[in-house]
Design a protein around this ligand. Structure first.
Ligand code: UD1
Length: 329
């Protein structure tokens, strides 16, 4: 199988699990056998470094190419050299703020990388695509929409980053390739090899404050209609997220439709102040200041992950305690 963008945060966890299915919280059953499980990774290191590849090389065998997916001819050559049955696509830029500042960079990278891959999948008759989508496709959701199920209405997100996730799902629906889009809620937990240059998500910012790299955390608002006034999100441990990919790969075999989406969240929302509280409970000091709301933030977002439980046999095993515990591994 081919994994694109797999030197990054989530992809590297999935590769690690594919190479070591017993890591994490117990063995995971995989239908993948030796004949079909050759692993090929393509990454251009736009948001990662060779470090994660070196780390993964110690865990098992795979072939790695440093290449951008925007270079169709080069990627075509890689497809010629291998027989893929499935592509896992993690190769997207993910900073919301940066996408607002540089929309074309996001549209070009996140959409063209996908279109090139889809064209090559059609050309070489590669049947299955597992795509990293996001809860951002639910757009600006209201409290009355919660919990979000896959049947909740998908709305055009406000930011270019969010729009690319929305468009990708639509593009995949129109193509004759079996696609599973995994809608991640808020992935957190340890990073095998950190790489991202743009750290604006809550957990990485808290960790920078704890490490003394940042003065304090700015808490964006405490006047939301939530339990303590700070916004609520569905954080999900990276291990749980990684395992869902393996189960989704298994699911391709019996999949009857051409397009499926799954919410990946714990189903439980935590407020920003609760997250800070858990870090403090575990012995860390998190200096913070409450400031105005961040534009575009919803009061609360959390999933109903019942479909993934029912059809993939997946459920998030870890909660906030483990997410915080494993942040500094
Ligand atoms: C953000 C993106 C979302 C993307 C997701 C990827 C926005 C509006 N949304 O979601 O499109 O899919 O990341 O993980 O950017 N917070 C603070 N101070 C900080 C950072 C965050 O108070 O310095 C709060 C936010 O207000 C929010 C919560 O922490 O309530 C989580 O924020 P974040 O990690 O940025 O994720 P989302 O906003 O949910």
């Amino acid at each position: 199988m081919l994994l694109v963008g797999a030197a990054g945060y989530i992809g590297s966890h999935v590769v690690n699990l594919l190479l070591n299915p017993t890591e994490g919280y117990g063995p995971i059953e995989s239908i993948l056998d030796g004949a079909t499980s050759e692993i090929v990774i393509i990454d251009d290191f736009s948001n990662s470094t060779m470090d994660s590849i070196d780390y993964l090389k110690k865990k098992g065998n795979f072939t790695f190419y440093q290449e951008t997916l925007l270079n169709y001819e080069k990627i075509d050559k890689i497809f010629q050299q291998h027989k893929f049955h499935t592509v896992l696509h993690f190769a997207a830029f993910k900073s919301v703020g940066e996408s607002v500042a540089s929309p074309l960079k996001y549209y070009e990278n996140n959409l063209m990388s996908l279109i090139n891959i889809l064209k090559l999948m059609q050309k070489y008759k590669v049947g299955n695509l597992l795509y990293s989508s996001s809860a951002t496709v639910y757009g600006d959701c209201e409290m009355s929409d919660l919990p979000l199920t896959e049947k909740s209405s998908v709305k055009m997100p406000l930011t270019p980053y969010g729009k690319t996730k929305f468009f990708v799902e639509e593009i995949c629906k129109d193509c004759d390739i079996k696609t599973i889009c995994l809608r991640y809620f808020n992935p957190v937990g340890y990073v095998l090899r950190e790489n991202s240059k743009y750290q604006t998500n809550l957990f990485p910012v808290i960790m920078s404050v704890i490490k003394g790299e940042k003065d304090k955390l700015l808490v964006y608002g405490n006047d939301y209609p939530t339990k303590d006034g700070s916004p609520v999100r569905d954080y999900i441990h990276i291990n749980c997220l990684g395992r869902a990919h393996i189960l989704a790969l298994n699911y391709f075999q019996g999949m009857e439709s051409n397009f499926e989406v799954f919410n990946l969240g714990t189903g439980k929302g935590y407020s920003v102040l609760e997250v800070i509280g858990e870090f403090e409970r575990q012995g860390y000091t998190v200096k913070y200041e409450i400031v105005d709301r961040r534009e575009g933030d919803a009061a609360a977002v959390f999933a109903d992950a019942g479909k993934a439980r029912e059809l993939l046999g997946w459920k998030a095993e870890y909660g906030l305690t483990e997410m915080v515990r494993d942040s500094f591994i």
